[in-house]
Design a protein around this ligand. Structure first.
Ligand code: SAM
Ligand code: SF4
Length: 319
């Protein structure tokens, strides 16, 4: 669930500054789903068997009183609540998130090199600020933490090994993500994708690896363990190893559009339904109907050389 389309970063691969500049038409507050509306959707989804909700964005920690939303969702029976953040505000929010019973946090960090990281987030936030957020989350007991690093050729391939070294031997698991063509503005080219095979070869030159099974059906990361017992590392290879066939994720944009694929171009308008005074039963039927009719396989089509457009922005639909 994307709970805001706004962000305090301008990552070049996600919200490039030349597009997301002053005056960009972000959603007005009245168009965002309210916390109560989000909770209704989650209760209906839980009744249909959904077990996990991930809050994302944009930057979810920018949403005012996000901990109040976390508390409401974690009180829904059967629901685990996770959150993905760029970490810049995590040091100030970690304790409140834990108190609201957040189950897990994923922190994005693309490099340990300040110049490279500042170049990628494009707002001058330093590595130390994100590491402080990770430390605060650890102290608050939000462990183990997952770390996401997007790798773009010519930008941060040299950051892969230092990141792997840094998180080896901690309880935190770093996952390297292939740069995706998730929207129409990030100038994606296949040449810029550092493939999972390249990433794993690079890591294995220093730390031999072996594949381990997925932790649960539909897990997007392929998992590997360090043969010397230094923990595990993952790769998310939606470009070179598409996993559409086992995908179990529905996505809700900040303004209440339900998308059955990260790369979908249109969504089903749940906000209109919610604001028309629908019953819980109607909401459940609508969710079930959308899900049962899904036939998305964008990444497989991309691999087959067939791409569709236009697609929605990552910051709007969540990563
Ligand atoms: N702002 C939060 C953050 O950065 O963690 C949450 C939203 S962000 C859209 C979620 C995830 O998507 C992040 O880990 C980010 O690195 C990843 N992401 C964004 N654009 C991407 C792209 N073009 N290719 C691959 N991953 C991307
Ligand atoms: Fe913001 Fe996250 Fe996108 Fe970076 S990846 S611009 S932090 S939403």
């Amino acid at each position: 669930m994307s709970i805001t389309d706004r962000c305090n970063f301008r990552c070049t691969y996600c919200m490039p500054r030349k597009v997301f500049k002053a005056g960009f038409p972000f959603l007005p507050r009245s168009e965002l789903l309210t916390f109560e509306e989000i909770e209704r959707v989650v209760r209906a989804a839980a009744a249909l068997g959904v077990q996990k909700v991930r809050l994302t964005g944009g930057e979810p920690l920018l949403r005012r009183e996000v901990e109040r939303l976390v508390a409401a969702l974690s009180a829904v029976p059967g629901i685990e609540v996770a959150l993905t953040t760029n970490g810049a505000l995590l040091a100030t929010k970690a304790q409140a998130l834990k108190a609201a019973r957040l189950d897990r946090v994923t922190v994005s960090l693309d490099s340990l090199d300040d110049a490279v990281f500042k170049g990628m987030n494009d707002v001058g936030v330093s590595v130390s600020r994100v590491l402080a957020g990770i430390a605060a989350a650890q102290e608050a007991g939000l462990t183990p933490i997952k770390i996401n690093a997007v790798v773009k050729r010519g930008v941060n391939e040299a950051s892969v090994l230092p990141l792997a070294r840094h998180f080896r031997g901690t309880r935190h698991v770093i996952r390297f993500i292939e740069f995706m063509d998730v929207d129409n503005t990030n100038g994606w080219r296949m040449d810029d994708v550092v493939t999972a095979d390249e990433l794993l070869t690079q890591i294995a030159t220093e730390f031999p690896l072996e594949a381990i099974p997925a932790a649960y059906p539909g897990e997007v990361a392929s998992r590997y363990r360090y043969k010397d017992g230094g923990g595990e590392v993952g790769v998310i290879a939606s470009v070179t190893r598409p996993f559409c066939g086992s995908c179990t994720r529905a996505r809700l944009s900040a303004d209440g559009k339900l998308h059955t694929c990260l790369f979908a171009s249109t969504g089903h308008d749940l906000r209109r339904l919610l604001r028309s005074g629908c019953s819980s039963q109607e909401l459940k039927e609508s969710l079930a109907g959308v899900w049962q009719a899904r036939d998305d396989r964008y990444s497989e089509l991309r691999t087959a050389g067939i791409a569709t457009s236009p697609r929605v922005e990552m910051s709007y639909i969540g990563g």
